[in-house]
Design a binder for this molecule. Structure first.
Ligand code: AMP
Length: 214
């Protein structure tokens, strides 16, 4: 099964994608994670993307379409994939359709995670992850049981994304409403769009997603 998790930054797409990886053996394809890895390795592509990402804007369609096109050819995608953060423009959605058709693959569901803008800034600016295992935490909503020690792996190094600050979040939300929200009708018109309540607690969101996937 191949699906898209759609929603604004901070909606919980990454969290839910990781849960689906564990429960269904699907693979999470996060263009944000892929781009951050390129930035980290200081590749040409990473250098090109960094300034755009730091400004909270979208990198070019051609760049992310190329990255995803290569990634879905990998053997692990045969068990099903979860697109997280892609597509983000109508041009990307169209390119994805073309790519899937060419590769003989199908898209089974597009799940929108609905969250109020007001909740997103607080969610994003407070979040951080364990530098060792990637477990997610939040300054207010989810602290480690012992301060400074990861509950999952015992790691003591934590990191925050460079773009998880108040100014950049405003630009990222603007980009979502102006450039990404128009893909909701694109999938609704094709009868593929399902919505879940992204304001509910994490376990309830997981239940709603599992119900949609059946
Ligand atoms: P994310 O981790 O999904 O929040 O993405 C972080 C940043 O990476 C975004 O703010 C964009 O600058 C860039 N990015 C990730 N995915 C895409 C995409 N599909 N199209 C354009 N830019 C993207």
């Amino acid at each position: 099964m191949n699906i898209i998790l759609l929603g604004p930054p901070g909606a919980g797409k990454g969290t839910q994608a990781k849960r689906l990886e564990e429960s269904r053996g699907m693979v999470q394809l996060s263009t944000g994670d892929m781009l951050r890895a390129e930035v980290q390795s200081e590749s040409t592509l990473g250098k090109e993307a960094k300034a755009v990402m730091d400004a909270g804007k979208l990198v070019s369609d051609a760049l992310v379409i190329g990255i995803i096109g290569n990634r879905i050819d990998q053997p692990d995608c045969k068990n099903g994939f979860i697109l997280d953060g892609f597509p983000r423009t109508v041009a990307q959605a169209e390119a994805l359709d073309g790519m899937l058709e060419e590769k003989g693959m199908t898209l089974d569901a597009v799940i929108e995670m609905k969250v109020d803008d007001a909740a997103l800034t607080e969610r994003i600016t407070g979040r951080y992850t364990c530098g060792t295992c990637g477990q997610g935490y939040h300054d207010t909503f989810h602290k480690p049981a012992k301060a400074g020690i990861c509950d999952k792996c015992g790691g003591t190094e934590f990191k925050r994304r460079a773009d998880d600050n108040a100014e950049t979040v405003t630009s990222r939300l603007e980009a979502y409403h102006a450039q990404t929200a128009p893909i909701l009708p694109y999938y609704a018109d094709r009868g593929m769009l399902k919505s879940v309540d992204g304001m509910a607690d994490m376990d309830e969101v997981t239940r709603q997603i599992e119900k949609v996937l059946g």
